[in-house]
Design a protein around this ligand. Structure first.
Ligand code: SF4
Ligand code: SF4
Length: 110
């Protein structure tokens, strides 16, 4: 679908075409929404006390939990907001630039 935006500087609010609308819940499960992240949280398992405070605060439900324990970060949906890093009382999470993290991933894969 394409829209004609010509002359939009003069549009009034009621001339703006309707954009994408989310009509139901749970749609993020079908879409990877973390690909525009610029920083990612890194989990330091040696410092983690499994308090799950990060899980309670993550606005994107991106802290993965299995059998009542944190088991990682869902990078397909994490948006890199850093809330989990801020709330972790044990410094078991830290932020890393996405660029550096991807370079590290590539090095480890080779
Ligand atoms: S808040 Fe920190 S210590 Fe608690 S589960 Fe999350 S990473 Fe682990
Ligand atoms: S950085 Fe934000 S979105 Fe990603 S896991 Fe932490 S709290 Fe959730």
């Amino acid at each position: 679908m394409s829209w004609d935006y010509s002359g939009n500087e003069q549009w009034t609010w009621d001339q703006i075409p309707l954009g994408a609308m989310t009509l139901e819940g749970g749609t993020a499960t079908g879409h990877k929404t973390g690909d525009w992240r610029v920083q990612r949280p890194i989990w330091h398992t040696d410092k983690c006390k499994q308090c799950l405070i990060c899980w309670m605060h993550c606005p994107d439900s991106s802290i993965k939990v299995s059998e009542q324990k944190m088991c990682g970060v869902d990078y397909e949906h994490c948006k890199g907001c850093g809330v989990c890093v801020q709330v972790c009382p044990f410094n078991a999470l830290s932020m890393m630039s996405e660029k550096d993290a991807r370079e590290l991933d590539e090095k480890e894969a080779n």
